[in-house]
Design a protein around this ligand. Sequence first.
Ligand code: FPP
Length: 240
Amino acid sequence: MDGTGLRSAPEHVAIIMDGNGRWAQARGKPRLFGHHAGAKRVREIVEACPDLGVKYLTIFAFSTENWKRTQSEVSGLMKLFKRYLMSETKRLVSSGVRVRFIGDRIRLDETLVALMDELELLTCDNDLVHLTVALNYGGRDEVARATKRLSREVAAGRIDPESVDAETLARFLDTYVLPDPDLVIRTSGEARISNFLLWQSAYAEYEFIDTLWPDFTREEFASVISGYAVRERRFGAVPG
Ligand code: FPP
């Protein structure tokens, strides 16, 4: 809250970018056409963040469940990610965006992983906006991977099992350097969280909006952010 009684902008916004397929179908086009249109929106939303006071933006690009889509959609999406990373690198580096990826890299192809590593390295000194891209990400999978790593530390005698609490586990999550999201937005009218940032969003607010992702403009983003700023969040406490 600031002196005006209004809460400030959310520091960390997470977005489930949904509706690309329906957007394309409504135009009689293949689903990948919608994903390409969706990819174009990403730049606009990232670039809107500094003016809106959003320091961290996390976007759901590909879930652990998305492998169940047709082979042609999956391979089209992977190609799109590679092309996107190649074509956006220069702009992201020069515009002060620090990029990170979360999710399990094990199933992703080598060329894509190399591009991800390179982009993380090239942007590691940037600090204007922290963009995190969830790729082959699932919240349960992340907690399971974190538990595996934590268990190894316990088995090696480096962590006392009695000392393990929520904070200990959080240190093993993919998001360990990020603050928890304040606001999670999902486009396309579906009111589900679909395994996105399950642990981290325990106290987040959710905004489910009808617009399909390729139609989600910077203006609509700004209006969702200002809606957040007038609501109060209590973290389970009684207001003082
Ligand atoms: C959901 O729409 C969208 C995805 C599974 C992919 C998200 C990918 C992008 C927005 C493309 C680019 C991202 C980056 C980081 C370059 P859907 O296919 O589930 O739509 P539907 O619910 O209408 O079928």
